[in-house]
Design a protein around this ligand. Structure first.
Ligand SMILES: NC(=O)c1ccc[n+]([C@@H]2O[C@H](COP(=O)([O-])OP(=O)(O)OC[C@H]3O[C@@H](n4cnc5c(N)ncnc54)[C@H](O)[C@@H]3O)[C@@H](O)[C@H]2O)c1
Ligand SMILES: [Zn+2]
Length: 344
């Protein structure tokens, strides 16, 4: 079993992203990781219904199960309440553990519930989407959305372990693979021209090949996130770079009432941010072309009929705004971004 080790210097926490060959191997590794602790396992209806993992191995895990409704609109207090109640009603205590088996939505919420349950208990991430594997399960950002904006309520708490199994991707719809690719492209723009070029090369291939081979590039993407999170767990500096495409993207998600999913909104947001930068001569137009091109080749839908004015208005609620100043992460070249303060 291969693994990637993450160490956050501030709190000296260490955890592994481990890779498991199949569901059977994942189930036995998860069982060993949990040990004799009580656990609540959180998932959503799609993962529960579509993937064989819970169907076949749930009994072995001796967990209490919480099955949430799927989707970003469920990322709210009511779901947190459901997770916490399952903890209390099943006698979990400070020595217990929560396990998220799902995409970024389930992962963010389970982590947040764990961070406030009896002032904080450990949690384990088992990401079931590509986006969850390469991005959301790593780095300890947890939380929920509220009427004031996305991810505005939350905590930073690192998971105890991240356990990855590619078998989950077999049931994942193409659109969800594309949402994950959007975050991988973002990682390339933020810090690795090589990763971006590898993705560009893959983008020229037919979709079935892309679907198959994208997994080969996932560890590189995870390593980019790992390096940034290790250097700046609390987002005092360079972790902000990972928000490239997200200030626009979160606003697009909000304005579309979450009909545009996170990954696709980030892709549109990356292109908007790149256009904004090129218009101000902060980067070449060639970068904008490459970015549009790679998303088009991967067939990530960049259409967005929301008025730009509405997107800017929604950006006013973004967490990255202090007073009337908004910090935008803009590209300088592929592999390098920087922050720029914009007055609204
Ligand atoms: N914490 C972080 O650092 C971080 C980073 C990036 C994104 N996020 C958050 O992650 C969320 C997006 O995550 P996502 O794209 O995984 O969305 P998601 O969790 O909504 O999953 C996408 C869809 O795929 C379904 N699904 C999940 N696994 C499946 C499987 N194996 N087979 C079939 N269907 C499956 C889900 O039910 C859902 O309908 C957003 O809320 C975003 O804010 C967090
Ligand atoms: Zn994201």
């Amino acid at each position: 079993m291969k693994s990637i080790r993450i160490t956050t210097p501030a709190k000296k926490e260490t955890y592994d992203i481990s890779f498991h060959e199949n569901f059977e191997a994942l189930a036995s590794a998860l069982k060993a990781q949990v040990g004799d602790r009580k656990l609540v396992l959180v998932t959503d209806e799609n993962v529960h219904r579509k993937t064989e993992f819970l169907k076949q191995y749930f009994k072995d895990l001796a967990a209490e199960l919480v099955v949430l409704k799927p989707g970003e609109t469920e990322k709210n207090w009511s779901s947190i309440d459901t997770i916490l109640k399952a903890g209390f009603e099943n006698g979990l205590d400070r020595g217990s553990v929560f396990v998220a088996v799902g995409g970024g939505v389930v992962g963010d919420m389970t982590g947040f519930a764990a961070s406030i349950f009896m002032r904080g208990v450990p949690f384990i991430q088992v990401p079931t989407t590509l986006l969850g594997m390469v991005d959301a399960s790593i780095g300890g950002k947890t939380g929920i959305d509220c009427e004031y904006g996305k991810n505005l309520i939350g905590a930073i708490q690192q998971p105890e372990a991240v356990m990855v199994c590619n078998d989950f991707l077999e049931t994942l719809p193409d659109l969800e693979i594309k949402n994950g690719i959007a975050e991988m492209v973002k990682h390339g723009v933020v810090s690795s021209e090589k990763h971006f070029k590898d993705l560009e090369a893959l983008a020229t291939k037919d979709w079935p090949v892309v679907r198959e081979e994208i997994l080969g590039l996932a560890p590189a993407s995870m390593n980019i996130k790992k390096t940034i999170v290790e250097a700046d767990e609390k987002e005092a500096g360079q972790r902000k770079f990972l928000n490239f495409g997200h200030t626009f993207g979160h606003a697009i998600e909000l304005c579309s009432n979450f009909e545009i999913p996170h990954g696709r909104a980030v892709a549109i947001g990356c292109v908007m941010a790149a256009n904004y930068a090129a218009e101000r001569e902060l980067c070449d137009w060639d970068l904008v072309d490459r970015l549009e091109n790679i998303f088009n080749q991967f067939e990530v839908d960049l259409t967005c009929d929301i008025a730009e004015e509405d997107i800017w208005k929604a950006m006013g609620t973004d967490k990255k705004k202090f007073g009337s100043e908004l910090t935008l992460i803009l590209p300088k070249k592929i592999g390098k971004v920087d922050y720029f303060n914009v007055t609204l």
